[in-house]
Ligand binder design. Structure first.
Ligand SMILES: Nc1ncnc2c1ncn2[C@@H]1O[C@H](COP(=O)(O)OP(=O)(O)OP(=O)(O)O)[C@@H](O)[C@H]1O
Length: 281
């Protein structure tokens, strides 16, 4: 993985504040008065067992769902009801659980889609290939290629995404999210569907993104082992409520968290919890 040109020491990274967010689907309360803060430049994990409300929370923050109550603030900006496409302009990059990539298009073309949020020339000028749009396009293409290099997919720039193994396709999705030059990167269960080796490589990549770019990362994740190894701070949801918030070791030792994970009866989750506890011992 090669270094990407961006200063690690940044003063332009705002705090994300989720404040008293409630989300209802008819009679079902998917999020119940949830509050937490992602500190600037931190790697913050949002975890919880099946159905805890993680994806609902991700979707509220990323503008897909409209909170019934409460607010989401990025620095001084209230972004609670901003449409997803407006968020890129506020410095929010998002990679989804089910990659929303165009499988027939190349890696570079998919990542370039992220750059279009930053272009100002307009479609007509671009269509007429005015000199300034050609220059801008060259600059955006170089930057997209640089981001791909950083994520270890620089060797497959011209390969259709549909021909890539799952782990690499996931990196394309993250590259596209980074292409908007975010100060906040939202990752929804990036390790879902990955094998153990891919998950370990992804964990190293996520840590490197935070260290090299100095941006905040909110990682919504089911895999507790992955989270405990890399997060600065962890918020735990269960049945739509925030049951713990703190450094990984503290959260892991919290009896409510252990109960929430073990109480679901899922062997995977129980193993994840115990393994993570061992790792931190
Ligand atoms: N669009 C929706 N309409 C109705 N109910 C929903 C919708 N999305 C989520 N829910 C419900 O909200 C609750 C929280 O679901 P959510 O998907 O946010 O949990 P999760 O923690 O992400 O779970 P998982 O780890 O299984 O993905 C669940 O009871 C779910 O059935």
């Amino acid at each position: 993985m090669t270094a990407v040109t961006q200063a690690p020491e940044r003063t332009d990274v705002p705090e994300l504040r989720v404040e008293h967010v409630t989300l209802r689907f008819g009679g079902l309360c998917a999020l119940d008065d949830v509050s937490f803060t992602v500190r600037p430049g931190s790697l913050h994990a949002l975890i919880g067992p099946n159905g805890a409300g993680k994806s609902s929370c991700f979707n509220v923050i990323s503008g897909v769902y409209r909170a019934s109550e409460g607010s989401v603030r990025l620095g001084d900006d209230e972004i609670t009801h901003l449409k997803p496409h407006k968020l890129a302009g506020r410095g929010v990059g998002r990679a989804f659980q089910n990659t929303a990539l165009s499988p027939g298009s190349t890696v570079l073309d998919n990542v370039m889609l992220g750059r279009y949020a930053l272009t100002s020339g307009g479609f007509i000028a671009a269509g007429l290939r005015m000199p300034w749009t050609t220059r801008a396009e060259r600059r955006h293409t170089l930057r997209a290629a640089e981001i791909c290099d950083f994520l270890g997919i620089g060797g497959v720039l011209h390969t259709p995404v549909g021909a890539l193994p799952y782990g690499e396709a996931k990196r394309v999705d993250i590259a596209r999210a980074l292409a908007v030059e975010p100060t906040l990167l939202l990752l929804d269960e990036p390790a879902a569907g990955m094998n153990a080796m891919e998950t370990a490589e992804l964990a190293a990549t996520i840590r490197e993104i935070r260290e090299e770019l100095g941006i905040s990362i909110l990682l919504v994740e089911h895999d507790m082992g992955l989270v405990m190894g890399i997060a600065d701070r962890v918020t735990v949801l269960d049945f739509g409520q925030c049951i713990a918030d703190g450094p990984p070791a503290q959260v892991q030792a919290d009896p409510n968290v252990v109960r929430a994970y073990l109480g679901t009866g899922s062997e995977d989750e129980a193993d994840g919890s115990e393994n993570a506890a061992e790792e931190n011992a």
